[in-house]
Design a protein around this ligand. Sequence first.
Ligand code: FRU
Length: 481
Amino acid sequence: TFISHNYRGGYHFSPKEHWMNDPNGMVYFQGEYHLFYQHHPFGNTWGPMHWGHAVSRDLVVWEELPIALAPDEFGTIFSGSAVVDWNNTTGFFGGEPGLVAIFTQHAEGPEGEAPVQRQSLAYSTDAGRTWTKYAGNPVLSHDTFVDFRDPKVFWHEASSQWVMIVACGQTVCLYRSPNLIDWTLSSEFGEGIGSHDGVWECPDLFPLQVDGDPGLTKWVMLVSIGDHPELAEGSRTQYFTGDFDGERFTPDAVSQTRVRWIDYGRDNYAGVSWSDVPAEDGRRLFVGWMSNWKYANQTPTGVWRGAMTVPRELKLELRQGSAELIQQPARELEGYRKELLSLKRVTAAQASAQLADLQLESGEIRIRLGSGQSLELKVRAGRGQETVIGYSGAAGEVYIDRTRAGTADFHPLFAGRHAAVLDAADGTVELRILIDRSSVEVFAGGGRAVLTDLIYPDQASTGLSLKADDEEALVESLDIY
Ligand code: FRU
């Protein structure tokens, strides 16, 4: 079969070649955003894991660097994090700050026995270009759990110590350390709460101000859950909000009663946040793996397989008494816009007429309309293909329908329609849609409802169209870049 290479995103990170899954070790240091990733450098499907590496100065343009971490006698290199050790707590750095990576090593057990997962360290004194594994690896093991992985580490200012959140069996374990080397168990979280439809993986824990109020901080915990063979959703990421005292996470009431997902599309998994973004910037930046274990090994992309979502900023917003996570594309992307169309206060019929002659393979669409309206926007359309992005005021939902988006025969559960609830009490609704050669990301209602879906249309399918239930309905604005 002919495999097109044209699916490579114009502004989404993918490795030059071979397999990629989870983002790892994201850290900002000396003007660079580092992105490491689960990588199999000798094949296009999941295999012995290495850490691939890329850097960017603006979260948009990435330079791929040599592989940072390769397997050794303690196993392959699974997911994990990286931090700046500003005060040489590890003793690895003399007087200068340096980078420390904390990651899982996965070793196959002897014949008939379970594999072993332990946490190890590596450090870099040259801004991430070369890495030395710590001579005392592994630094943390577990007696009972086979699944013990994906350590995310941060400096907890209030208690002046390092904190690690790591998946352990069907929960997460919290550890503390003065030096990243010696770890003490603080607590465990997750029994009887949240979704356990798949194995718990890739946790993260960080504080955010609610509505930007410095007097009201909540902690957000991300927990990804692995694929469930019987659930169409496959792998996905849930979040909890609550309080954290350096040892224990106490969930909010809402987290005890309701499972909340960070994304209602199918392709945003194992995402975590950047470490050490400067305080004067203050953003909590996130990136996810834009795929799903359900079909990740079968996507039709040729020499490379696996891409990241766009980097996103996470915030908390108070809605009906609970803190809800919102996501927006990192603002740096706006610097690369070139305007294709800009309409103000037109009817749906007028807007639709303007779209008829446009072609868009890769770009952004922003549309604002009254919250009582319903409309469907078709993108990457042509030759019987279309990706539908819809908003229904009556149903109060936003959706992506990729049933006819393009190649989908690689997995029976790929085609389909995915929806998110969008309560639009404030009178207007804005959809911000990022389209690329093999993806659609929808940020609706200021990032309150987010859907991320892969699509595989023909390269020539670049048509656009718009259809509203009421052709006379007012479109407040429509901008295409
Ligand atoms: C999540 C995950 C992690 C693990 C890694 C292995 O997608 O299963 O739990 O560390 O992928 O590649």
